[in-house]
Ligand binder design. Structure first.
Ligand code: PRX
Length: 663
C-alpha cells in the first residue's frame, strides 16, 4: 500500500491509537451530540426512557397523519408470539416525510444529484421535481393495478428512477423489494416467488464502468413461465434493443406521460411493511427481512443526521448500491427524510481510472463521503497520486461500512483522502438493523483505526461467551443487542419462525448479530467478523451454504464445503473444498471454471469462488457433521491450529486436505 506522509498527522501514532476529532469536524456543528459527554447523556436517556426519547424524535422528524402516543410495544422475550412494534397507534405515509414536508422550505434544493457512468454526466432532481416524479410513477403503478400492501420487485441499476420507483411504491402503500442488479435470473425468480410480486420494475440495460448489463433480458429469463407477474415496467436507460411482451411490458416513459404529478399519498399504519430486502444467512435460502414504515424511517433519519453530523448545505455521497440496505437507508430514506442532497453514483471506483471517486468529490464539492473498505483497499493499492491530484478540501466526514476495515486501509483513508482533517465513521450495522448501530459520531468520538467504537442511542450491545455469560468490561465474545430499537427488522417475510430461530434462539432474550466483537478498555468495539456461516466478500454478504448448494448441483460434484479466507482487497475470499462423484476426473482448474459459471447463473456475477481444492472427503464427525473449523483453519493458512480432530470419522482426510491446501 503506497503511503505518502500527510502533513497534519503526527508521525509516530499507530492507526489503532486514539485519533482526536479534527477541529474542522467540530467547527460549526449544531448536533445534539458534539462531545463524548453529550453522547453519554443522550445514550443513557434513550436507554432509560426509550418511549419518551423516540416519540420525541419521530415527531420532530416525520410528518405524521395521526401522531403516535405509543413508543415501544413488545420485547425480545415474547418475540416468538408477537412482533416488536414502535409508534403503533400512529398513521402516516413516509413519502410525506421524505418529500412533501420539504416542499415549502427546500422545494428548490437538490434532493438527488446523479453522477452517471461517464464522468461529468449528471442529472439533478430538486425536492419539488422528485415529488412530482414520484407522484407520476405512483399514478402509473396504480394504473397498472398495484394495490396497497402488494409487493413490487425493483430490479434496476443506479439510476434516479430506482429511488423514484421505491418511493412510488411507498406513496401508494405498496411494499417494494429491491433486488440488486447483479443477481442472476434464477436469484431474481426466487425473490419474485418468495414475496409473491405481481409487478416488476426494471430498465432496458444498466451501465457500469462502460459495460452494459442486460437487466430486461435477465428479467425476461427470470419470468419465463411465471404467470403470476402481470406487468413489467421498463425504464429506458441505454436505448439498447429489448424483447417485448405486449400484454405484460410497459415503458416507464409511456406510463408516466400524462400521469398525475400530485397524487395524494395513501395512509398507512406505522407498522405496515415498507419493504422486504433479501439477505443471505447460514442456510441456502435467502430470507426477506421486513422493515416497517415509521420505525425504520425514524431510525434512518436519526442515524443519518447524528452520525454524519448532517448540515443543511452538505453534499452527501454514499457510494453503495440501492440493491443493498446501505443504499436504502443512506442514499434514499435517511437523506431524503432529512432534506439532504444525496449523490447517487452509477459507475465504479475504477472507471475510467482510480481517480473517479475523487474527481466526483471535487466536481460536486462533496462534504460527506461514505464507502466500503473493499473500495478503499482497492484504491489505496493504485497509489496516492490518483487522490492527490484532486482538490478534496470540501470533505469533512468520511464513512465506511460493510466489513471490518484493516487499520492500514483506515490510516490511508484518514491521511491521504481525509488529509488528517476529517473524522472517519466506521459504521457497524446490518440489513436486519435497518441503520447504523455501532459507530463514531462525527464531531464527538475520537477514533481508532479498525474500531466501530461506541453504540448509538437505543443500541445496547452485550458480548456473550459460548455459555451465554455476559462479558463485562474488556473482552471478546458474540455480539448481541439487548434492547429493541426503532429500525430493527420485524420479521422474515412469510416466516416469523425463521426470524425467531435465526436471531433470538441462540441467546434467548437478546438479538444475536452473527458477529464476533472485542471490547477494549475504553469501551470501544472492534468487530472481528462473522462467527456463523456467513462470509463477506467485497462487502457482499453471502452464505457458505448458498455456494455449497450451487456446487453440489454440478454433475461432477458429490459434496462441497465452502469457507471464507483472508483476502487482501476483498476482505474475504471464497474457498471451496470439493469431493468428486466416483469416476469423475476433471482437474481443479476446469472444475473452478465450471463451478463459477454455475455460481454466476444461480446467484449472480458477484458470487465467485476464488480457490477450489479437490479433496478425498470432508472432515466429518462420526455423526456426519462437517467440522467446518478444520476447513476454516486450513483456508486461513493455519493448518497447525486445527485443534482436536480425534472425533472425526476418518482423520486421514485431514492430512490430505492440509497437503493439498491452496494457500
Ligand atoms: O459482519 C458484519 C459486516 O457486515 C454484516 C452485515 O452485512 P449486510 O447485512 O449485508 O449489511 C451491510 C451494510 C450494513 C455484519 O454482520 N459489517 C457491516 N459493517 C461493518 C461490518 N463489519 C465490521 N465493521 C463494520 N463497520
Amino acid at each position: 500500500m503506497s503511503h505518502d506522509a500527510a502533513p497534519n498527522t503526527p508521525a509516530r501514532r499507530a492507526p489503532t491509537d486514539l485519533h482526536p476529532v479534527p477541529a474542522r469536524v467540530r467547527e460549526g456543528s449544531a448536533s445534539s451530540i458534539q462531545t463524548l459527554d453529550d453522547w453519554r447523556r443522550v445514550w443513557m436517556a434513550a436507554k432509560t426512557d426509550p418511549d419518551a426519547f423516540w416519540l420525541r424524535e419521530t415527531q420532530a422528524r416525520l410528518r405524521w397523519r395521526t401522531t403516535p402516543t405509543q413508543g415501544l410495544h413488545g420485547s425480545f422475550h415474547d418475540i416468538a408470539d408477537s412482533q416488536v412494534a414502535w409508534f403503533a397507534d400512529g398513521t402516516l405515509n413516509i413519502t410525506e416525510s421524505c418529500l412533501d414536508q420539504h416542499l415549502e422550505t427546500r422545494g428548490d434544493k437538490v434532493a438527488i444529484l446523479w453522477e452517471g457512468d461517464e464522468p461529468g454526466q449528471t442529472r439533478t432532481f430538486t425536492y419539488r421535481e422528485l415529488h412530482a416524479e414520484v407522484c407520476r410513477a405512483a399514478s402509473a403503478l396504480r394504473a397498472l393495478g398495484v394495490q396497497k400492501g402488494e409487493r413490487v420487485i425493483v430490479y434496476m441499476g443506479m439510476v434516479p428512477e430506482a429511488a423514484v420507483a421505491m418511493l412510488a411504491c411507498a406513496r401508494i402503500g405498496a411494499v417494494h423489494s429491491v433486488v440488486f442488479g447483479g443477481f442472476s435470473a434464477e436469484a431474481l425468480r426466487d425473490r419474485v416467488r418468495d414475496c409473491g410480486a405481481e409487478v416488476v420494475i426494471t430498465q432496458d440495460e444498466g451501465l457500469r464502468g462502460g459495460r452494459s448489463i442486460p437487466l430486461k433480458a435477465t428479467c425476461d429469463a427470470a419470468l419465463e413461465g411465471e404467470h403470476g407477474v402481470r406487468h413489467v415496467l421498463v425504464y429506458r436507460r441505454t436505448g439498447g434493443a429489448v424483447a417485448w411482451q405486449h400484454t405484460r411490458d410497459v415503458w416507464w416513459h409511456d406510463a408516466l406521460a400524462g400521469a398525475s404529478a400530485d397524487l395524494p399519498a395513501v395512509e398507512t399504519a406505522a407498522e405496515d411493511p415498507l419493504f422486504v430486502l433479501y439477505t443471505s444467512g447460514s442456510t441456502g435460502r435467502p430470507k426477506g427481512l421486513v422493515h416497517t414504515c415509521a420505525g425504520y424511517l425514524t431510525w434512518a433519519s436519526y442515524t443519518h443526521e447524528v452520525v454524519f453530523d448532517l448540515r443543511e448545505d452538505d453534499v452527501y455521497a454514499c457510494m453503495a448500491d440501492v440493491g443493498w440496505i446501505t443504499g436504502h437507508s443512506y442514499i434514499v430514506y435517511g437523506p431524503l427524510a432529512n432534506g439532504a442532497t444525496s449523490l447517487m453514483f452509477e459507475s465504479t471506483p475504477l472507471y475510467p481510472d482510480a481517480g473517479r471517486y475523487w474527481d466526483t468529490v471535487a466536481r460536486h464539492g462533496v462534504t460527506i463521503f461514505y464507502t466500503a473498505p473493499t473500495a478503499i483497499r482497492a484504491l489505496a493499492a493504485q497509489g496516492d497520486h490518483h487522490v492527490t491530484r484532486y482538490d478534496l478540501s470540501s470533505l469533512r466526514v468520511l464513512g465506511t461500512v460493510g466489513e471490518p476495515i484493516n487499520p492500514e486501509a483506515w490510516q490511508w483513508y484518514y491521511d491521504v483522502v481525509g488529509q488528517g482533517r476529517c473524522n472517519i465513521v466506521d459504521t457497524w450495522w446490518q440489513t436486519e438493523t435497518g441503520g447504523i448501530c455501532i459507530t463514531p459520531i462525527a464531531p464527538a468520538t475520537p477514533t481508532k483505526g479498525g474500531s466501530a467504537t461506541l453504540p448509538n442511542p437505543a443500541i445496547v450491545p452485550v458480548l456473550l461467551d459460548d455459555d451465554a455469560h455476559e462479558i463485562v468490561g474488556p473482552g471478546e465474545g458474540r455480539l448481541c443487542l439487548a434492547q429493541p430499537w426503532p429500525g430493527m427488522a420485524r420479521t422474515v417475510w412469510g416466516d416469523h419462525e425463521r426470524y425467531v430461530s435465526t436471531y433470538f434462539s441462540t441467546f434467548p432474550g437478546t438479538y444475536f448479530t452473527g458477529d464476533g466483537c472485542r471490547r477494549d478498555s475504553d469501551g470501544y468495539h472492534w468487530i472481528t467478523g462473522r462467527v456463523d456461516d456467513v462470509i463477506n466478500v467485497a462487502g457482499h454478504r453471502m452464505g457458505t451454504a448458498e455456494f455449497e448448494a450451487v456446487l453440489v448441483s454440478v454433475d461432477a460434484i458429490a459434496e462441497a464445503g465452502v469457507v471464507g479466507f483472508p483476502h487482501p482487497i476483498k476482505g474475504q475470499g471464497v474457498y471451496a473444498y470439493v469431493v468428486l462423484q466416483p469416476g469423475q476426473q476433471p482437474d481443479d482448474e476446469a472444475l473452478l471454471t465450471l463451478a463459477n459459471a454455475t455460481c454466476r447463473a444461480q446467484i449472480g456475477a458477484h458470487a465467485r469462488i476464488d480457490l477450489l481444492q479437490l479433496v478425498p472427503g470432508l472432515p466429518k464427525t462420526r455423526s456426519g457433521k462437517v467440522m467446518r473449523r478444520i476447513l476454516r483453519k486450513v483456508a486461513e493458512g493455519e493448518p497447525d491450529k486445527l485443534g482436536d480432530v480425534s472425533t472425526l470419522a476418518d482423520p486421514s482426510v485431514v492430512a490430505a486436505i492440509v497437503a493439498g491446501a491452496k494457500v
